[in-house]
Design a protein around this ligand. Structure first.
Ligand code: TXA
Ligand code: MG
Length: 352
């Protein structure tokens, strides 16, 4: 792919400057790529109805063709032309959770290009809760296709600097709107089967969804660590969120995790490895060796979600060979955090 000049602009989150948003929208309308902040992570946007533009997303990210994209809309009306129908359940969820980190699957209409859905008969749609994202979609006047704005396989970007690191020279514009809010991606929910299924845990939690949909379950592939269960969401089958260092995720009581991590750290350091420890506020002072980074307090999992991807990238910057990570509990946003940590560890899970 030829080198592209990437324009980087700072835009106010509270009051997105109209003239700057118009610049981004013009790029989208003319088939280019614009990275922009959402409330979850930065997205890499293109005109979702322009097949050629959407193909550029896959090239810039190095994303496998069989992994479908989410279409982002600025209001609920924009969904109708993209889908066959909207069920009562979907209506209610859109009322309750949009704008917000909930992606819903609908039967697609013929307007949606094949490369968006990777040949599936469903299309994923969400309305992001971020003034810059909403302004950009409105000004572009098309649904914007946007995966996370990282190189495929790397941790998702929560800062513009992460996008610059991965995509500078490969896309036309990066809109810097500061740090994203939630820090992990949206929840992907499938309403097409017998019971509603979470295909990817994310910013809207299982507990929140159950208040509206008592029977919602998680896709089996998310619960069982069984490689033979094929995930319903293509994106879940790839190694993902992976730092350069080899990561080990520890699961168990806090005391057991700390003890086991200390033993592993000691062993690897004696082998001459550079070791990083992904700790929490409650535990960070207990470690004696290694590069220790805290994700935040176990009492504040929202903070842990916000810091997860940037911390993984920091270990890369420090060139660690091994990352030893403490697990956290699965309640609320913990489910999305642990899903990302497990993928980052590529199956290296140590129960203690
Ligand atoms: O928070 C988010 O969702 C961010 C921001 C930018 O909106 N976007 C994001 O996109 O995380 P991406 O492409 O990195 O992840 C989309 C996930 C993938 O796991 C993909 O396989 C799944 O959604 N997906 C998309 N369309 C699907 C479909 N029709 N059926 C099943 N899974 C689908
Ligand atoms: Mg992604």
């Amino acid at each position: 792919m030829g080198k592209i000049k990437t324009t980087i602009i700072k835009v106010s989150k509270q009051n997105p400057e109209k003239n700057l948003i118009a610049k981004g929208a013009n790029i989208i309308k003319s088939g280019g790529l614009v990275a922009f902040p959402t409330e979850t992570v930065y997205g890499l946007g293109a005109d979702g109805l322009n097949e050629e533009a959407v193909k550029k997303i896959f090239l810039a990210k190095g994303r496998p063709q069989d992994n479908p994209l989410i279409l982002h809309v600025a209001d609920k009306e924009q969904v109708y032309p993209l889908v066959k129908s909207i069920s009562k359940e979907a209506q209610r969820l859109m009322e309750s959770f949009w704008p917000g980190p909930l992606t819903l699957l609908f039967k697609r209409s013929s307007l949606v290009p094949n490369c968006i859905t990777a040949g599936l008969d469903t299309v994923a749609i969400r309305m992001p809760n971020h003034p810059i994202a909403l302004a950009l979609i409105q000004a572009s006047d098309v649904p914007i296709a946007a995966p996370s704005a990282n190189t495929s396989g790397k941790p998702s970007p929560t800062l513009a600097s992460h996008v610059i690191e991965d995509l500078n020279g490969k896309i036309h514009m990066i809109i810097d709107g500061g740090k994203t809010g939630i820090g992990v991606e949206s929840t992907v929910l499938d309403l097409s089967g017998d019971k509603p299924l979470i295909l990817r845990p994310g910013g809207v939690t299982l507990e929140e969804l159950r208040e509206h949909l008592p029977y919602v379950e998680e896709d089996l592939s998310l619960i069982k660590d069984d490689k033979d269960i094929v995930p319903k969401s293509p994106g879940q089958k790839y190694k993902h969120y992976a730092p350069k260092g080899e990561m080990y995720l520890f699961v168990g009581s806090v005391d057991n995790m700390v003890q086991a991590i200390e033993e592993y750290a000691n062993r690897y350091i004696h082998m001459g490895k550079k070791v990083g420890i992904m700790a929490t506020e409650e535990t960070k002072a207990k470690y004696k060796e290694g590069i220790i980074l805290s994700l935040g307090s176990r009492e504040n999992k929202e903070e842990i979600a916000q810091n997860l991807f940037s911390t993984l990238r920091m270990f890369d910057e420090k060139d660690v060979d091994i990352i030893l990570a403490e697990g956290i509990d699965f309640k609320d946003i913990g489910m999305a955090i642990m899903n990302r940590m497990k993928k980052a560890a590529g199956g290296n899970i140590i129960k203690v």
